[in-house]
Design a protein around this ligand. Structure first.
Ligand SMILES: NC(=O)c1ccc[n+]([C@@H]2O[C@H](COP(=O)([O-])OP(=O)(O)OC[C@H]3O[C@@H](n4cnc5c(N)ncnc54)[C@H](OP(=O)(O)O)[C@@H]3O)[C@@H](O)[C@H]2O)c1
Length: 271
């Protein structure tokens, strides 16, 4: 495949991106987009066979270096191990994509505490800690790009007993706060907020049956989300909602008074 020229006018030195949740869906698509823009990639997730497949695709299609780290981000020690591995390999991480994620489909009190603790570890703590570990090097070198996967759910009415909206609201707010601190040092941090996206997400959540009834115009492909996310990050947008439909919905939801949001929450079924 013919290589596209890099879009940015930053240094021509090779750059490396670390992407969590790169074995499937949006993370896998993001790995392809960065590699197309001549980044080497470090792919992180639990399923080694899927990661190896993405690794081969990246090497063959773009001729970029691709590394695999098999880690479960529910393990509180994982972010430090990931950072240490990169240091030991002499890999300088210029871009970080905190994408790994999932949603639970149960009421709060139906799940045991470990289930919630693991969820919060993957969705919030690991995101924050990976930023904490990799951002200082970016700041010191005067270049860095951090993309954190939030969601349209960060703007939506809450679902009964579900931690997903709260976790994504945290990612949205944290990313904006981090961007305020780092942007003057040429380290951009963006929160990417997709709506419904074709991936394994709803299979993992167990809601494929109900969501597949929703109309096609509400859905985006993982590739569309990845392309928009890359462009928004490189443009230095602190927040980007993907697609015109989702952008419209986010504006409407942001303008709703909390009493209306609460009313809507009570009407909702989990999808
Ligand atoms: N799809 C949507 O409709 C949608 C909408 C808004 C936001 N999002 C967000 O977009 C992000 C990507 O989701 P997706 O749609 O691409 O879902 P997906 O296809 O299910 O992919 C999720 C990725 O996260 C990884 N992952 C999950 N738990 C992990 C753990 N404990 N440790 C390490 N990696 C883990 C999975 O890899 P392994 O299973 O191999 O570990 C997989 O690579 C998530 O943050 C999600 O919340 C998705």
């Amino acid at each position: 495949m013919e290589k596209e020229p890099p879009l940015s006018n930053e240094s021509a030195l090779p750059k490396t991106v670390l992407i969590t949740g790169a074995s499937a869906g949006i993370g896998k698509a993001i790995a392809h987009v960065f590699a197309r823009h001549e980044f080497d990639v470090i792919l992180v997730a639990r399923r080694e066979d899927k990661l190896s497949q993405v690794q081969q695709e990246i090497k063959q299609q773009y001729g970029q270096m691709a590394y695999v780290i098999t880690e479960d981000l529910a393990d509180p020690a994982a972010p430090q191990r990931i950072y240490d591995w990169c240091e030991q390999q002499g890999l300088q991480v210029d871009a970080l994509v905190n994408n790994a994620g999932y949603a639970l489909h149960t009421d709060f009190l139906q799940s045991d505490w470990k289930t919630h603790r693991d969820f919060m570890q993957v969705m919030t703590i690991s995101v924050t800690e990976l930023c904490y570990l990799f951002a200082p090097g970016m700041k010191q070198r005067g270049y860095g790009r951090i993309l954190n996967l939030a969601s349209l759910a960060a703007f939506s009415p809450q679902l009964k007993g579900n931690l997903y909206g709260a976790a994504k609201s945290f990612v949205l707010d944290f990313s904006q706060a981090l961007d305020l601190e780092l942007h003057p040092h040429n380290v951009y941090c963006s929160a990417l907020c997709p709506g419904l996206t074709f991936s394994e997400f709803h299979d993992v959540m167990g809601t494929r049956g109900s969501v597949s009834k929703l109309p096609r115009f509400m859905w985006m492909t993982a590739e569309e989300v990845a392309n928009e996310g890359y462009d928004a990050l490189m443009e230095g947008k602190p927040v980007h909602v993907t697609g015109l439909v989702n952008q419209g919905l986010s504006h409407v939801m942001a303008a709703l008074p909390s009493s209306v949001k609460q009313f809507l929450s009570k009407q909702q079924k989990v999808i």
